[in-house]
Design a protein. Structure first.
Length: 260
DNA sequence: ATGACATATGAGATATGA
């Protein structure tokens, strides 16, 4: 059972690239972020042709998340609870039947938060607080749960090629990293770390600018956090970095796990 | 280095991203 997360940076601009990746990687469930389109503009037919159900929570121009799956989604939740005034499409959750039982999967696009010191950074921290509250609720269910997405947080220095360059950035602020650790301390497992230990040089994002890819100036900000019941099932986790070298790539690459 | 690069909107220049 393969579950992936990928910030595509516009599904319409990435369609050819994405279809090619789905054909080769064959994920059973794929969480996508930064669709940058409304539900009605999502290229549903292209993915249905590949055998996927398309669960889409879109928004014009910005944000937008989706879960594409071989199985029918059930018990769907659109949007992160905790603030009825928040209209940004950054959270989508559903339950899927799998051979070993069920798995709950969330596709999330955590706010970037730059520049630090503005209301954008306050929104990021508030969103992380709301997310933590929701995770507390999910953990009480005691079921396999995979929280996958673009967290926009560099957890540790080893998760950046040049950590000192990110000191003033919202992705590497002490508050952002502390809130991320709070999630881990609730009992969630970072799938890449569970499989790869303290290995350095594991990145999921390379900026389009200044030859970041060519210089391997990357950061690890796309994560799959697992409930204890999902962590027990984890068999593998890989960053698909070759995707960054393709024509017209997203600045993020897919991360895919395999669970029993 | 208030940059670079990519995308959406909309038809030029601006907002956003990380």
């Amino acid at each position: 059972m393969k579950i992936a997360t990928w910030n595509v940076n516009s599904i319409k601009a990435r369609l050819e690239n994405a279809v090619s990746w789905f054909r080769e990687a064959k994920p059973d469930i794929a969480c996508l972020q930064e669709l940058k389109c409304e539900d009605s503009a999502f290229p549903t037919a292209a993915f249905e042709d590949l055998g996927y159900h398309c669960l889409v929570h879109g928004q014009k121009t910005y944000n937008g998340v989706a879960i594409l799956s071989r199985m029918q989604p059930e018990d769907v939740r659109r949007g992160l609870p905790g603030d009825e005034t928040d209209s940004q499409a950054r959270y989508l959750e559903a339950v899927f039947s799998i051979p070993s039982g069920v798995v709950r999967v969330a596709s999330l696009y955590l706010p970037n938060g730059n520049p630090v010191g503005t209301e954008k950074f306050a929104y990021k921290l508030a969103w992380m607080n709301r997310f933590e509250n929701h995770v507390r609720h999910l953990l009480k269910l005691e079921e396999p749960c995979v929280l996958a997405g673009d967290y926009n947080v560099i957890p540790e220095a080893r998760d950046a090629r040049n950590p000192e360059a990110w000191l003033g950035d919202a992705l590497y602020q002490p508050e952002s990293r502390s809130k991320f650790r709070d999630l881990i301390n609730l009992g969630l497992s970072d799938a890449i770390r569970q499989i790869h230990g303290d290995e350095a040089g594991l990145y999921t994002f390379w900026d389009y600018q200044a030859g970041a890819w060519q210089r391997n100036n990357g950061i690890r900000i796309d994560h799959l956090l697992l409930s204890p019941q999902a962590a027990d099932l984890l068999a593998d986790a890989q960053i698909m970095r070759d995707v960054r070298a393709q024509d017209r790539p997203s600045d993020h690459v897919p991360v895919m796990i395999s669970i029993k």
